[in-house]
Design a protein around this ligand. Structure first.
Ligand SMILES: [Zn+2]
Length: 159
């Protein structure tokens, strides 16, 4: 890469965090170690993917600096979801046996989701429902407005 970083060509997380692929809606917030964006393929307002910039797989590969940055960012994004979008609850998950690299999904909980049950087993059906049923122009427009609101909150209020 012209920026001197090594890119793992088959890793979507590398492509996004390096700027090779621009996520729809843009970057929500970025630090030296992490990059956050909405995956518009799953059009749920306030759903954020927080990805490491280094191509690592496992939690215990994070350096001390990355660990601190990770927690600080998760907390800031969570706070912005509350302030900008009124989100009351969030599900967090990541898995290490992925074809991408270290990234955490922050999936807001909305009332309609309880039709799919509670807890972790409801998440996959919810994501698939969103991808299939909520990809209409109106909803995607709302999702992009939410991305803009989060981006504004996170980059204007550094606290
Ligand atoms: Zn990667």
């Amino acid at each position: 890469m012209s920026n001197g970083k090594n890119i793992e060509v088959d890793c979507l997380s590398c492509a996004v965090t390096s700027g090779l692929i621009e996520p729809e809606g843009g970057t929500v917030i970025e630090t030296e170690y992490f990059h956050a964006h909405q995956d518009v393929a799953y059009p749920i307002k306030g759903l954020i993917i927080l990805a490491a910039k280094r191509h690592i797989k496992c939690f215990d590969e994070l350096t001390e600096e990355e660990s601190s940055d990770y927690i600080r960012l998760l907390k800031r994004i969570r706070k912005a979801q509350r302030i900008a979008l009124g989100i009351e609850s969030v599900y967090y998950f990541y898995n290490e046996d992925t074809t991408h690299h270290f990234h955490t999904w922050m999936v807001p909980r909305y009332d309609w989701m309880y039709d799919f049950g509670r807890s972790v087993e409801s998440v996959r059906p919810i994501l698939l429902h969103a991808r299939k049923q909520l990809s209409g122009e109106e909803n995607v427009k709302e999702v992009l407005l939410a991305v803009a609101a989060l981006t504004k909150e996170l980059n204007e209020n550094k606290g």
